[in-house]
Design a protein around this ligand. Structure first.
Ligand code: CP
Length: 309
């Protein structure tokens, strides 16, 4: 197998189409290990340090599960108060020490660019498991892998991204990856308070990618091949009255989906609160739990491709 040409995974914009082909074909091989179709693991004796300074269920546990599926080992930081950061050690020193004990670091941190800064200071590979409202590149990879598996193509797709477009980094990361494909267009559906950030809009204009911004489902849902719903993130609001004002808008229901294409793929990075009605779960095109099952093979592929000699 080939190798990725970089040390770290920090930002979606670093991936080329060739990288995606390599990652997806490796993930396919990893699915064989998960299903026991393939019994030998590709490398021996690797240790991943999982440094999570913000809560996570899926990202952390799927990375750790990926390591166990490869018969590798994990060391974990899940609470910064339980490390010497609580004794005023700098994040830089803390990461340098942890990197001595591990072969690769997966890191989530509540400061924008903190993961990039860490990657510069240490020799081992670092994977960004998200740095506040900035980037979540491995989520974008598995989202695109899911779209490919569901639609059998990544070209000529109209993608609606819905709800908290301001803070959901997976929404930003998805745009920065899907633009690589032919004739992809976007509908950004959100209240004006939570519109897609200017950096994403400028990027799309520079690349001449078609998009619209709209404040309800009605007009654009019928054109969508994929509807990607996000959660309103209460934890990002400094003024909770703003959250209360917005929290019941944009709930995706069976009624709204009557207007959509029969084969529209419904996705969600999860966790969900109320933004996708539970009755939607029973539709065959509700793909969010299948999406979650793609987390482990994609992360096995990334760990393998970064750690192989
Ligand atoms: N989608 C996602 O990153 O989930 P967690 O916050 O549970 O890791």
């Amino acid at each position: 197998m080939l190798k990725l040409s970089y040390k770290d995974i920090l930002h979606t914009k670093q991936f080329s189409k060739e990288d995606l082909k390599l990652i997806f074909s490796t993930a396919k091989e990893m699915e064989k290990i998960i299903s026991w179709e393939k019994k030998e693991t590709p490398l021996k004796d690797k240790i991943m340090a999982s440094m999570f300074y913000e809560p996570s269920t899926r990202t952390r546990l799927s990375f750790e599960s990926a390591m166990h599926r490869l018969w590798w080992n994990v060391i974990t930081v899940s609470d910064s108060n339980a490390t010497s950061l609580s004794k005023w050690e700098s994040l830089e020193d803390n990461a340098k020490i942890i990197s001595i004990y591990a072969d690769i670091i997966v890191m989530r941190h509540p400061e924008v660019h903190s993961v990039q800064k860490t990657a510069i200071t240490i020799d081992k590979s670092v994977i960004n498991a998200w740095d506040w409202a900035n980037q979540h590149p491995t989520q974008a990879l598995l989202d695109v892998y899911t779209i490919f598996k569901e639609k059998k193509t990544l070209n000529w797709l109209n993608i609606s991204i819905v709800w908290d477009l301001k803070y959901w980094r997976t929404a930003h990361s998805l745009v920065f990856l899907m633009w690589l494909f032919k004739n992809v267009s976007f509908n950004f559906i959100s209240p004006k308070e939570l519109k897609m950030p200017e950096k994403v809009i400028i990027f799309l204009k520079e690349k001449n990618i078609s998009f619209i911004e709209w404040d309800n489902y009605k007009k654009w849902i019928k054109d969508s091949d994929v509807v990607y719903v996000t959660r309103l993130q209460k934890e990002r609001f400094t003024d909770l009255s703003e959250y209360e004002k917005l929290k019941n808008n944009f709930i995706l229901t069976l009624d709204i989906l009557k207007e959509a294409k029969k084969d529209v793929t419904i996705m969600h990075p999860l966790p969900r609160v109320n933004e996708v009605d539970h009755k939607v779960d029973n539709l065959s095109n509700a793909a969010f739990f299948r999406q979650a099952s793609n987390w482990v093979p994609i992360r096995m592929a990334l760990l393998y491709l970064l750690l192989k000699d």
